[in-house]
Ligand binder design. Structure first.
Ligand code: BG6
Ligand code: MG
Length: 213
């Protein structure tokens, strides 16, 4: 049995990954740059704000000031979505799963690249479920670097091999594996490289579904 289960937030516990895409799409439209849903899945899912923008504006010339302004603009567009979130936007069965894990004596933590994690968790009324929350302000090197998962394991005082990480992005799966944890992938198997387990979605999942041999 694991001693901690460390969840990514966006796209795992709630479908904010669609809001991130819509906000980037709005920005890309402003700038006259094409951006498709497929590109989002392949290049932006789970990737940090700056790295995402760098992908979108690749081949274009922008100053650092313009880059900063675009990151702020995207975040305003994103906020317009998340400000209206309610606890109904937690994945079906998400609260029951967190309660089941906690009553089994297993720690739960968040490892998210997002600087908006606390806001989203508050809107979803999930904050109190977590023993540790590692967000986009905690580490310099984003996923696929292991840092954010290692940091989250530290917050709950668990050795990394005793943790399971849960992710909807391949960058996150690589981060979990590099951290020495077992990796559970959420989404189509074709999206991932080398997870220990793949589940199509998080809906109505139980602790046993997350366990890896
Ligand atoms: C990740 C999302 O959780 O956080 C990405 O999957 C997002 O889509 C990244 O770019 C950074 O989020 P934010 O809220 O700090 O811009
Ligand atoms: Mg994610």
């Amino acid at each position: 049995q694991p001693q901690a289960i460390i969840f990514d937030l966006d796209g795992v516990l709630t479908d904010t990954s669609e809001y991130h895409y819509q906000a980037w799409k709005h920005l890309a439209d402003d700038e006259g740059i094409p951006l498709t849903h497929e590109e989002n899945d392949e290049h932006l899912r789970g990737v940090g704000r700056r790295e995402s923008l760098m992908y979108i504006i690749r081949g274009h010339q922008y100053s650092e000031d313009q880059i900063q302004e675009m990151m702020e603009r995207k975040n305003r567009y994103y906020h317009a979505f998340i400000e209206h979130m309610t606890p109904k936007e937690v994945v079906t069965g998400g609260v029951a799963l967190l309660e089941e894990i906690k009553s089994a004596g297993i720690k739960v933590a968040i490892a998210s690249a997002s600087k908006n994690s606390h806001l989203v968790l508050d809107r979803l009324q999930l904050t109190s479920y977590f023993d540790g929350i590692a967000d986009g302000n905690c580490v310099v090197n984003g996923k696929p670097a292991p840092d954010i998962f290692v940091y989250a394991a530290g917050l709950v005082n668990v050795f990394t091999p005793n943790c399971i990480g849960v992710e909807d992005a391949d960058a996150g799966i690589q981060a979990i594996k590099a951290a020495g944890m077992k990796a559970v992938a959420i989404g189509p198997a074709s999206r991932f490289h080398g997870p220990d387990k793949v589940l199509p979605n998080m809906e109505n999942k139980h602790l046993k579904d997350l366990l890896v041999e």
